[in-house]
Design a protein around this ligand. Structure first.
Ligand code: P6P
Length: 336
């Protein structure tokens, strides 16, 4: 596509029409999953607006309290958690929510709903004050407990292989919704003037090899020896070091260009910093659907049996051969 065409090419199909057209592909296609995705998209549009005007509306910065993870809670964390929870409760399609911002399972009271959501409403929110991209990460599971009853721990402690859908919203130079229902990965760009997402990145795939490594090298000396060795190798190969400090932004760039994101176990985070249920599983489902791979240093992320709602895990995710290269090293699981 050259010349004027590239600026006048018709935009892609609207998200709503895409979901309806693809509905027959969705496992258990009964319309509820479609509605669930619409509810998430709706909440993301509201969050997008809040983020874009944060500097003007005095909602930057922390609320002066910590979340259940003991991390300083930003005002937008609370707002995002409220907005997504409200959209999901009112949408009626999920019986329970596990959110990074809440210690316990949120009972939506929609006890006849079939689905469970795990969500990080706003990951990397401390970056908002410095105008760096942030993201929402989510997974959708079918409940295990009987319809008509409250959500249970059994509903939420499911392996990543049980996901029926997963996605993220990247609030970046443009806002994008990227998700999978197990039939490939598709990216939608938000058009604020129309208030709608349009297909802009159909059938997203990641190359098997890449030239970008994303890790906080400030932690180099607290990484397992095998990770230190791998980073040294990346430098010898003159790879490009890219680390934004915002998981969704780093992940999205590597998905498009090829690369690996690493958050190993460290002295500070012995089990890694990132959470299994609403960060690592979600992105692992997406990356595998795009042809990549995700591991905790010992096993496939999607095969990890969760033991508690907010458990953390080391994460190596991205181009398949780059992740395998790390795993071939001796000792990438724990510091000496
Ligand atoms: P560090 C943000 O807090 C986050 O959860 C991810 O978005 C990001 O990749 C990582 O932590 C950054 O952590 O320890 O490198 O500052």
């Amino acid at each position: 596509m050259t010349g004027i065409e590239k600026f006048t090419s018709p935009i892609g199909v609207a998200l709503d029409r895409f979901i309806s057209a693809k509905q027959e592909e969705f496992t258990y296609a009964t319309g509820e999953l479609s509605q669930l995705l619409r509810d998430i998209a709706l909440a993301s549009k509201i969050i997008n607006r809040e983020i874009n005007r944060a500097g003007l509306s005095g909602i930057e910065g922390s609320i002066g309290a910590d979340n259940i993870q003991g991390e300083r809670q930003q005002m937008l964390d609370v707002i995002a958690d409220y907005r997504f929870t409200r959209a999901l409760v009112r949408g009626g399609q999920t019986c329970g929510i596990v959110s990074e911002e809440n210690a316990e399972i949120i009972d939506t009271k929609n006890h006849n709903a079939k689905y469970i959501i795990t969500i990080d409403p706003l990951d990397g929110s401390s970056n908002i004050d410095v105008n760096v991209s942030v993201g929402t990460i989510f997974s959708i599971y079918r409940r295990k407990s009987p319809i008509g009853t409250p959500p249970t721990l059994e509903d939420v402690l499911q392996k990543g292989t049980e996901q029926v859908a997963a996605g993220y919203i990247l609030y970046g130079s443009s806002t994008m919704l990227v998700f999978t229902t197990g039939f490939g990965v598709n990216g939608f760009t938000y058009e604020p003037s129309l208030g709608e997402y349009f297909l802009s990145h159909p059938d997203m795939t990641i190359c098997e090899d890449g030239n970008i490594y994303s890790v906080n090298e400030g932690g180099y000396y607290s990484f397992p020896q095998g990770v230190q060795d791998y980073i040294d190798e990346c430098k010898k190969k003159k790879m490009r070091a890219r680390y934004i400090g915002s998981l969704v932004a780093d992940f999205h760039r590597n998905l498009l260009k090829g690369g690996i994101y690493m958050y190993p176990s460290t002295k500070e985070y012995k089990n890694g910093k990132l959470r299994l249920l609403y960060e690592c599983n979600s992105l692992a489902f997406i990356i595998e659907q795009a042809g990549g791979y995700a591991s905790n240093g010992e096993k496939r992320i999607l095969e990890i049996e969760p033991e508690e709602k907010h458990q953390r895990t080391p994460l190596y995710i991205g181009s398949k051969n780059m992740v395998k290269e790390v795993l071939n090293r001796v000792n990438v699981t724990s510091i000496a």
